[in-house]
Design a protein around this ligand. Structure first.
Ligand code: ZN
Length: 200
């Protein structure tokens, strides 16, 4: 097991790079080069960061999970090496930011259909992307996140929120491609969710 190499801890620098999320959805050009790995609940359509290369080495290479397939949650929770990286500056993001919400996620969705993989492994390309919501470490704010987690009710508030983001999500930034554009599709989903939740 090649875990002596501390590059496996490296914080994911490309997480929110353009093309990482929306542009590899919906039949648009470009395959994401980012290799983020997630646990995803197919029943609730929520997903959560699994810890990038650390998850690859400690879960996938270790044979505890198989990409794109249903997860034995108990086996993941029992994976000692995964949950106990060497304590140093490189693993702080795992221990402090990735693991606490992830543990809760695995417990909450234990009896559901949970899969492991990249976004393409669970969220099929196309408009269904907007049915999904990321939670936990550095979630990408999709319309569901804006409505359900942040409690935003108007498109003006979405603008205000996005203007404060250092790196707004690709679906928000792409207003020049497609008809409707990703941002317009996001807006339609947002408005549908607000109507459902608040009857507005
Ligand atoms: Zn669930």
């Amino acid at each position: 097991m090649a875990t002596g190499d501390d590059t496996v801890f490296v914080n994911p620098p490309l997480r929110k790079a353009p093309h990482s999320v929306y542009l590899r959805k919906g039949g648009l050009e470009g395959k994401g080069q980012v290799n983020n790995l997630y646990f995803a609940c197919r029943d609730c359509k929520t997903y959560i960061d699994a810890g990038y290369r650390w998850a690859y080495w400690q879960l996938e290479e270790a044979g505890i999970v198989v990409r794109g397939e249903e997860v034995n949650v108990e086996a993941v929770l029992a994976a000692r090496d995964y949950w106990n990286p060497p304590q140093d500056g490189n693993s702080r993001w795992l221990c402090e930011e990735v693991f606490p919400p992830l543990r809760k996620f695995l417990h909450d969705h234990k009896s559901h259909q949970v899969v492991f993989g990249e976004e393409d492994d669970f969220a099929p390309p196309g408009d269904e992307y907007f049915d999904w919501m990321q939670v936990g470490y550095q979630p990408i704010p999709t319309p569901r996140y804006l409505v359900d987690v942040l409690g935003i009710k108007s498109w003006e508030q979405v603008h205000e929120y996005m203007e404060k983001q250092k790196t707004p999500p690709p679906w928000w930034e792409v207003t020049w491609l497609g008809d409707p554009s990703p941002q317009e599709k996001g807006r339609q989903k947002f408005e549908e969710l607000v109507r459902k939740k608040h009857g507005m």
